[in-house]
Ligand binder design. Structure first.
Ligand SMILES: Nc1nc(=O)c2c([nH]1)NC[C@@H]1CN(c3ccc(C(=O)N[C@@H](CCC(=O)O)C(=O)O)cc3)CN21
Ligand SMILES: O=c1ccn([C@H]2C[C@H](O)[C@@H](COP(=O)(O)O)O2)c(=O)[nH]1
Length: 283
């Protein structure tokens, strides 16, 4: 929790006001943040200074792993956070690539699971990385990237956590995750959980001990309409000790995640939290 609180304080003390054209809202912004999560010692980075819907964050990650492109698919898994980006942003609603209600376009998992190649075939980046790791291979490019500059206009949003690199060191698996843009009050509460479970899950299905996640953020911001809740409510609270995460040991392969895994396969132990805070969501 300390690193999250320090980041929020840093944005408030050192941030610059930047007008964001997409949302028409000003953001207090800093450039560069480095966070770490200790998966080896099961220090689950679930925010304690407000109640977090962690099941929704876990379901979102499962959806990206499955390559979902519709807000309905996310909803059916128990994650409602893509509804607004699919159906409320004016420029996406008039985008010719949008395939009707709930469509998100070629975002995140669509690129991760079916990157279009020059010859018309598709590349499954995640399957390649998992196969390599299982075979003990780290080619120093065990990279899954959702950022396809040639298809940006085909999605409702440019992927925020856009690249995940896995590394093997001393029989342990590490993850470095890159994020270009971070809504610290809302998005980061989810993204920390997602980085953690991505390493924990991939380590489990490739038979490695998990090590750490290194989470590298470029633009970290607090929207103007979120600032007083963060400064005067959330940051006034004292954090509780971190919780632990138990993942169903029956999850053994990628197909399990594709076919039956849900947020019910993730149990959070000892989650103590302060009351709910409803931050505004800027579409
Ligand atoms: N402005 C903005 N911020 C984001 O964090 C964000 C986007 N847009 N667009 C795409 C995704 C969607 N994400 C979101 C969107 C909403 C919540 C949110 O409203 N969270 C509530 C609880 C929601 C629930 O109960 O499921 C929260 O209080 O954390 C979280 C992540 C992260 N992303
Ligand atoms: O996983 C996510 C997804 C999105 N966000 C936030 C970061 C920004 O506030 C918006 C995206 O807006 P852009 O104008 O495309 O940067 O969503 C996040 O924090 N985490």
């Amino acid at each position: 929790m300390k690193q999250y609180i320090d980041l929020c304080r840093k944005i408030i003390h050192e941030g610059c006001w930047i007008k964001n054209n997409r949302t028409k809202t000003r953001c207090l912004t800093i450039i560069n943040a480095d966070l770490e999560y200790d998966v080896e010692n099961n220090q689950f980075p679930l925010i304690t200074t407000r109640k977090i819907s962690y099941k929704s964050a876990i379901s979102e990650m499962i959806g990206h792993i499955r390559g979902y492109r519709s807000a309905k698919q996310f909803r059916d898994l128990g994650c409602n956070v893509w509804e607004a980006n699919a159906n409320q942003n004016k420029s996406w609603l008039s985008n010719p690539y949008r395939k009707g209600r709930d469509d998100l376009g070629r975002i995140y998992g669509v690129q991760g699971r079916s990157w279009k190649k020059h010859d018309g075939s598709h590349l499954d980046q995640l399957r390649k990385v998992i196969q390599h790791l299982k075979d003990g291979i780290d080619d120093r490019a065990e990279i899954i990237t959702f950022y396809n500059p040639g298809e940006i206009e085909m999605g409702c949003l440019i992927p925020c956590m856009h690249t995940h690199t896995f590394s093997i060191l001393d029989k342990k698996l590490y993850l470095t995750s890159y994020q270009r843009s971070c809504d610290v009050p809302l998005g980061l509460s989810f993204n920390q959980i997602q980085c953690f479970i991505l390493l924990a899950l991939v380590a489990q299905i490739t038979n490695y001990k998990p090590g750490k996640v290194y989470h590298k953020i470029v633009n970290a911001h607090i929207y103007e309409n979120q600032l007083s809740l963060m400064r005067d409510v959330q940051l006034k609270r004292s954090p509780y000790p971190l919780s632990k995460l138990i993942i169903n040991p029956k999850i053994k392969k990628l197909e399990d995640i594709e076919n039956w895994v849900s947020s019910d396969d993730f149990k959070v132990i000892n989650y103590r939290f302060h009351g709910k805070i409803s931050y505004p969501f800027n579409v």
